[in-house]
Design a protein around this ligand. Structure first.
Ligand code: HEM
Ligand SMILES: [Cu+2]
Length: 593
């Protein structure tokens, strides 16, 4: 921590439109750009899930216009099994990378981390600008695969070997489609690495006077921990993607073993290892799940405390738990490989930390629950979505206990039980974290308030809808419904079709309910009530500056921090709270030193 009078005078406010709004180096503009990208990606991802769901429920249904997207993939609008898998792969890839990583981490983190530590900007603004634009290009490259050759890859978001490396003989999209996927993801990794390289020194070096590490808000802690994970996880996935590209274009064989026979032909590869990909992918893939969820944990804590008007039971234990999740997330990755033929003792070695990682998650949930108990929670859209996050996190987490046992996982692996599990714990929970953050921070980001009535309507429709979609997935899984299949009509799964229809109808309604959010977002952006500087009577630094914040965040001044981030339930001159920047001293029972 040091006095920031010398730091970050490195870029003056830009004047041209392009420098101000497009190639901006201002972390706030970059944060909004990331948000816009995530929003667009979420709409595409959701639209793809609709197409998949309609096909699963009504297998022969012609979807009007789908043939325009791919005449061979959807002749007459009816998708082929391969095209179903291609859309599924794009859905998963878009959601995991371009929605769940960009919105809670890159969008909100960019906008608010520097402000919450009291800095004028990130230390490397040019890298920060590159981080967004590289991610944007990554998205374009991925989208391009819809329109090139025989469409996007069908290998799933996990892109298992050897399918990812054998080329066009593997099926539609396994030539150019895979290469575009790998280029896109490698670029995405570069973007996120540049982001992490900014987040870490922002937290460690740019804190203003008085802002000790323990005085950082929980959201800042969450972004810091996430960027440490990002640095190690994306640094492994990027070279792995480069190896896939080399297998396609340079005649190497990293991921294909010798003498693999396909359609009675020996493939011209030798000496590679299919399992190598799984190790590299999941060494990234499991931490990625926490990269998606830890920012949500921070955002939800921040939102809940503000609305409970009292601190968490122990912010310190919450921070340690997030740290433990980050460290453990690297030691559990083998639980995705229980059925890969690994030595049973290795299964045991990965099963144990997987059960251990439920401890910090449980501690986090217990801290939330006990802190909420007896508090007079202010009910608004942000706090509702924060509660919804907890609900989804717990519901999805419980099924994780079952999957963590290798003997049970052998039955449930590759069934809809897994699909239900990860959608609740990662997909919906993280989405709810994004929504909580949006309703909470929108006033600061856009300078206007969102409509609360529409926000609450949006919450209830999404909350009930998400359970209607994703709970029955567990039931389907236990009944043996395999995943990554497009057709269940002519086999033993036929009796389950009514459940699929129910899910599809729920998905269509819940998806349509997101229009309420979109309308609220756009309408409030232009016509909402102007927001005061501190509408939620909150304490952290982002609320002590103007709305919207000036170019250098604090208008030429450097804030000085006097308190822990969450001085609520006190008697101060402004009310039941005391801002971090207020020199006033009040008596409080919970002064964490
Ligand atoms: C409107 C809500 C959503 C619906 C109806 C939906 C539906 C589906 C369906 C039907 C599948 C295919 C399952 C299979 O055959 O294995 C799937 C896969 C997937 N979804 Fe979603 N989804 C939704 C939202 C999300 C969100 C928010 C995420 C973010 C994490 C997400 C991430 C994934 C992933 C990673 C896959 C796996 C793709 C693969 O196997 O490669 N989904 N989804
Ligand atoms: Cu995992």
């Amino acid at each position: 921590m040091h006095d920031t009078s010398v730091q970050a005078a490195h870029h003056a406010p830009p004047t041209s439109f392009i420098r101000k709004h497009i190639f901006s180096q201002d972390h706030k503009v970059i944060g909004k750009q990331y948000y816009a990208l995530a929003l667009f990606a979420a709409i595409v991802g959701m639209f793809l899930s609709w197409l998949m769901r309609i096909h699963l429920a009504w297998n022969n249904a012609a979807i009007p216009g789908l043939q325009l997207l791919s005449s061979s993939g959807a002749p007459g609008g009816v998708m082929t099994p391969e095209y179903y898998l291609q859309l599924m792969t794009m859905h998963g890839t878009i959601m995991v990378f371009f929605v769940l990583t960009t919105a809670p981490f890159a969008a909100f983190g960019n906008f608010f981390l520097p402000i919450q530590v009291g800095a004028e900007d990130m230390p490397f603004p040019r890298f920060n600008m590159m981080s967004f634009w590289v991610t944007f290009v990554a998205f374009l490259v991925l989208m391009a695969s819809f329109f090139v050759g025989d469409g996007p890859t069908l290998g799933g978001w996990t892109q298992y070997a050897p399918l990812n490396s054998i080329g066009a003989v593997g099926g539609p999209g396994q030539g150019t489609g895979v290469v575009l996927w790998a280029i896109s993801i490698a670029l995405f990794c570069v973007g996120q690495l540049l982001g992490s390289l900014n987040f870490i020194p922002t937290t460690l070096d740019l804190r203003v006077k008085g802002m000790s590490l323990m005085r950082l808000p929980l959201s800042a802690w969450a972004w810091f921990i996430t960027s440490c994970m990002g640095l190690t996880a994306f640094a492994v996935l990027m070279p792995a993607c480069i190896l896939v590209i080399l297998d396609h274009v340079a005649g190497t064989s990293f991921f294909v073993a010798s003498n693999l026979v396909l359609n009675d032909q020996v493939l011209p590869h030798s000496g590679g290892s299919t399992l190598l990909w799984q190790h590299l992918f999941w060494f990234f893939g499991h931490p990625e799940v926490y990269i998606a969820i830890v920012p949500g944990i921070g955002i939800v804590s921040h939102v809940l405390i503000t609305n409970m008007r009292r601190p968490m039971l122990s912010a310190r234990v919450l921070i340690y738990s997030m740290g433990a999740l980050a460290v453990l997330s690297y030691m559990v990755y083998g639980h995705h490989m229980f059925v890969s033929g690994m030595n049973p003792f290795s299964s045991l070695a990965f099963s144990f930390p997987t059960l251990v990682i439920t401890i910090p998650s449980t501690v986090v949930v217990l801290i939330w629950t006990f802190s909420l108990y007896g508090s007079k929670l202010r009910i608004n859209s942000a706090s509702l979505f924060a509660l919804g996050f907890i609900s989804m996190f717990v519901s999805g987490g419980v099924s994780g206990f079952f999957l963590a046992q290798p003997s049970i996982d052998i039955m449930l692996h590759a069934t809809y039980f897994v699909v239900g599990h990860f959608h609740l714990v990662m997909g919906v929970a993280a989405m709810f974290g994004i929504f909580a953050g949006t309703y909470f921070w929108f006033p600061k980001m856009a300078g206007r308030m969102m409509n609360e009535t529409l926000g609450k309507l949006h919450f209830w429709l999404s909350f009930v809808g998400a359970y209607c979609i994703f709970m029955p997935f567990h039931y389907l899984g236990m009944a043996g419904n395999i995943r990554r299949y497009s057709t269940f009509t002519d086999d033993f799964l036929q009796p389950l079709i009514p459940v699929h229809r129910f899910i599809t109808v729920a998905a269509l309604i819940t998806g349509a309910a997101q229009l309420v959010f979109l309308y609220n977002l756009i309408h409030s952006r232009y016509w909402g009530k102007p927001a005061p500087d501190n509408p939620w009577e909150a304490t952290s630094l982002e609320w002590s500056t103007a709305t919207p914040p000036p170019f250098d965040n604090f208008g030429g001044k450097h804030p000085v921090v006097y308190h822990d981030p969450y001085q609520y339930g006190v008697e101060s001159s402004v009310g039941d709270y005391l801002m971090q920047t207020s020199p006033e001293q009040v008596k409080t029972e919970h002064d964490e030193k």
